[in-house]
Every structure is written in structure tokens, then in C-alpha cells.
Design a protein around this ligand. Structure first.
Ligand SMILES: [Zn+2]
Length: 243
């Protein structure tokens, strides 16, 4: 069994363990979400000093402890530090939510896709500072990748296909799509421009869809809808966010 391994990773959590060590939760495209100890990381002259901040993207050499999923950090290089998550509360709020989502709902076996989604979302957030839009783009794609949310344009009552230029509705009761003839209770209104934004964000790279113009009100509606949907489907509450 190969016990030494090298991989890229995002540091999802970094906490003190013992007097001079750190305990890390890493997300790697090859290993998924793992725990790893960094011995002596808090010593003044540690070779890890300053390299193990939360949400940093790193290249690590790891040693897998015998008969366990626990790793020991051997070497680390910082690939991206992300200045925006060091003190900017809007950015910290967004990334904390992404991390919490991942820690609570996992990756659905799509480690590589979700790693690249997370890494690219951090790059775009740092570059563009479009907090609400980055939040929504990440969330929508994440739910799609893990198979929790799949938008259909077919009415769940009458079976009619709802055209792109028509408004459609999603019931807040059971989250099924409805056409305008079948709507009968409180619904999320999917306007043609919301549909266009969603199509765009699924079709393009994040660095392109971040430039797509969508109103602040519509972004907030999509966000509210997706958050309610997660609560409805998973029953989970998120510490990093208030509904
Ligand atoms: Zn219908």
C-alpha cells in the first residue's frame, strides 16, 4: 500500500491541536475530504508557519497513518492565498458557507468537479468581489453536481413543457416546477431572465458567468429559493448563514 502521497488541497478548517500542532481538514480532488495533522506547525520556526491558513489552496505531501484515514503533513507549498478572505467579512461569509455546505453534504463522489468549482470560485471571488453572484453560482452548480437539484422545464401537474421565454414557477410546498395554468400556492417565480442566467452559469466557466448581468433582486430571489430548498431537502441548518 502506498502511504506517501502528493496532492493539491483546499484547507477547509485549521485548528490548534495540543500546544504546538495544527489539525487540518483538507479537501483534495484525489482524496476527498480528509483529516491531517501538522506537527509543530505553531512553533516559531516551523516550516509550515504562515502556510496553513483556512481557505488557502496548497500543494501537500502527506503520509497516511497505518490502518486509518488520518494523514500527517510532510511538506506544504502555498498555491493561492486569497487576500479577500483575510478580513473582508462579505468574502469570509460566502466562503464559510461553501465550506460548511461541503462538510455537511459532502461531494456525492464528484471530488474533482467540486474541487475545481471551489478553487475557481475562490479565484473569481478574489478577483471580481461579486459576493452575491459568486455565492449563487457556486451553490447552483454544487447542488447540480451532487445531484440534489435538477431544474426541469416540464410542469409537474400537467406535463406541459414550459418555454424559455415564458415564466415558470416552483412551488414552495414541494419544490416541483409548475406552469402558469397550474400554479395554486406560493411559488418561486422563474422569470425568463432568471432562466437565462441559470443556463449561462451551467454552460460557461465561472470566470465568464460572473460577468453575466442579472439584477440584485433576482440574485436574492434565487439565493433565497436555493437556501430554502436545501433546508427542505436535507433538514440541515447552517451555522454560517441565517435564513
Ligand atoms: Zn401545468
Amino acid at each position: 500500500m502506498k502511504r506517501n502521497t502528493e496532492t493539491n488541497a483546499i484547507i477547509l478548517k485549521s485548528s490548534k491541536f495540543g500546544e504546538i500542532n495544527k489539525l487540518l481538514t483538507l479537501f483534495s480532488p484525489n482524496l476527498g475530504i480528509i483529516q491531517c495533522s501538522a506537527y509543530g506547525a505553531l512553533k516559531l520556526k516551523s516550516r509550515f508557519a504562515g502556510k496553513l491558513e483556512q481557505y488557502t489552496v496548497v500543494r501537500v505531501k502527506l503520509y497516511q497513518n497505518k490502518n486509518s484515514d488520518f494523514y500527517t503533513l510532510k511538506e506544504v507549498d502555498v498555491l493561492s492565498f486569497f487576500e479577500c478572505v483575510r478580513g473582508n467579512l462579505d468574502a469570509i461569509f460566502v466562503v464559510s458557507f461553501w465550506a460548511e455546505l461541503l462538510l455537511k453534504l459532502g461531494t456525492g463522489g464528484e471530488d474533482k468537479k467540486i474541487f475545481s468549482l471551489f478553487y475557481n470560485s475562490l479565484l473569481v471571488l478574489d478577483d471580481k468581489k461579486e459576493y452575491e453572484k459568486s455565492f449563487v453560482i457556486f451553490l447552483y452548480r454544487y447542488l447540480y453536481y451532487v445531484g440534489i437539484f435538477i431544474y426541469t422545464d416540464c410542469c409537474s401537474e400537467c406535463g406541459k413543457t414550459i418555454l424559455d421565454n415564458e415564466q415558470s414557477f416552483v412551488s414552495y410546498e414541494d419544490y416541483h416546477p409548475l406552469c402558469k395554468s397550474c400554479i395554486n400556492y406560493e411559488s418561486f417565480v422563474v422569470t425568463p431572465s432568471i432562466k437565462e442566467f441559470i443556463k449561462n452559469l451551467m454552460r460557461n466557466k465561472i470566470s465568464i458567468s460572473i460577468n453575466y448581468s442579472v439584477s440584485k433582486a433576482e440574485l436574492l430571489l434565487i439565493k433565497k429559493f436555493l437556501l430554502n430548498f436545501i433546508k427542505f431537502t436535507t433538514g440541515l441548518n447552517f451555522k454560517s448563514i441565517s435564513y
